[in-house]
Design a protein around this ligand. Structure first.
Ligand code: FES
Length: 273
C-alpha cells in the first residue's frame, strides 16, 4: 500500500527533524528506517526509496543496512512482534519449549504472522535474570512458561495486551514502538515497574561487601578484605587492547579524518571536523 500524501508530508517533516540531530545525513539512517516502519509497519521498497533520498545514499546501500539488522522487517507483520529467547539461560529454563508451544498454537514459525502476532526466534534479550523471557515489541515478559506464553499471545490476539513485566506501563503497538525508536518520545518510559530483585542482586551484594567499581590502573577495591576480584584492567595504566579505540575509519578514505589518514593518532578517539 502506497504511503498517502498526508502521511508523506508528516514523514518528510519528521525525517528532517531526525537528520538535524546528526552531523551528517547518512548518520541518521537507522532511526529513519524505524521512522518508515512506524508508518508502514515494515521497510517497504517505498520506504527504502524515501530513506535513500533523505540521506543521499543509493537504494542498494539502504537495503544493505536494513537487511543486516533484525529489527527491520522485510515484509509486513502484525501489531505485536512476539520474540522468544532460546539462548543459553532461557534455553535451559524452557525457552525452546515456549517457542515450540507458540509455533504449534499459532501455526506459524519464525518471521511468520498469525493475525496481529508476528513470531520471532530471538537471541539473548539481555534479560537473563528473569529467564525464560518473551519480548513483545521489545518489552519484557519475565519468567514465562509455555502456558503463560500461550495466554500472552491469546490476549494480544483478543486485543487485550497485558502490561509488560517491567519498563513501560502499557504495551505499545509495533508502529508506536517504532516511532519511539526513531527518536520521538511517547512519555511512557519508566511508567511501569522498575528493576526487580534479580536484576539488583549484584548491586546489593556489592554494597553489602563494600565493593565499588574499579578504576583504570587500580586493582581490588574491597573494603572488607574479602577480596573483590582484581580486574587486571589497566595493568599498564591504560585501557586494554580490547578497550582501545579502533581506527576503522582508515579503511574508508571518504570518511577518514586527516589524523587517521596520516597515522598520527594518539590512540585517543579522534573528533571529526
Ligand atoms: S538468555 Fe534469554 S535473555 Fe539472555
Amino acid at each position: 500500500m502506497a504511503i498517502s500524501e498526508q502521511a508523506l508530508v508528516r514523514l518528510e517533516a519528521d525525517a528532517a527533524e531526525v537528520i538535524a540531530r546528526y552531523p551528517r545525513p547518512r548518520s541518521a539512517l537507522l532511526p529513519l528506517l524505524h521512522l518508515v516502519q512506524s508508518e508502514e509497519g515494515w521497510v517497504s521498497p517505498e520506504g527504502v526509496e524515501l530513506c535513500a533520498r533523505w540521506v543521499g545514499l543509493t537504494t542498494a546501500e539502504v537495503t544493505a543496512v536494513s537487511t543486516f539488522y533484525s529489527m527491520y522487517r522485510r515484509e509486513p507483520g502484525g501489531d505485536y512482534n512476539v520474540g522468544v529467547c532460546t539462548n543459553t539461560l532461557c534455553g535451559v529454563l524452557g525457552g525452546d519449549a515456549i517457542l515450540e508451544r507458540l509455533e504449534s498454537h499459532l501455526g506459524v514459525h519464525h518471521g511468520e504472522t498469525a493475525g496481529n502476532v508476528t513470531l520471532e526466534h530471538l537471541e539473548c534479550n539481555a534479560a537473563c535474570d528473569y529467564a525464560p523471557v518473551v519480548m513483545v515489541n521489545w518489552e519484557f515478559y519475565d519468567n514465562q512458561t509455555p502456558s503463560s506464553a500461550v495466554e500472552l499471545v491469546d490476549a494480544l490476539q483478543a486485543g487485550t495486551p497485558p502490561a509488560p513485566s517491567r519498563g513501560v506501563g502499557r504495551l505499545c503497538t509495533f508502529r508506536e514502538t517504532e516511532r519511539v525508536l526513531a527518536g520521538f518520545e511517547d512519555g511512557l518510559a519508566d511508567t511501569g515497574t522498575g528493576s526487580g530483585p534479580a536484576t539488583l542482586a549484584g548491586l546489593r551484594l556489592a554494597r553489602e561487601r563494600g565493593w565499588s567499581a574499579p578504576r583504570p590502573g587500580t586493582t581490588s577495591t574491597s573494603a572488607d578484605g574479602a577480596g573483590a576480584p582484581a580486574t587486571g584492567y589497566g595493568r599498564s595504566g591504560g585501557p586494554s587492547g580490547d578497550d582501545a579505540p579502533l581506527r576503522t575509519a582508515a579503511s574508508d578514505p571518504a570518511n577518514t579524518t586527516p589524523a587517521a589518514a596520516s597515522g598520527s593518532g594518539s590512540g585517543k578517539p579522534e573528533e571529526r571536523p
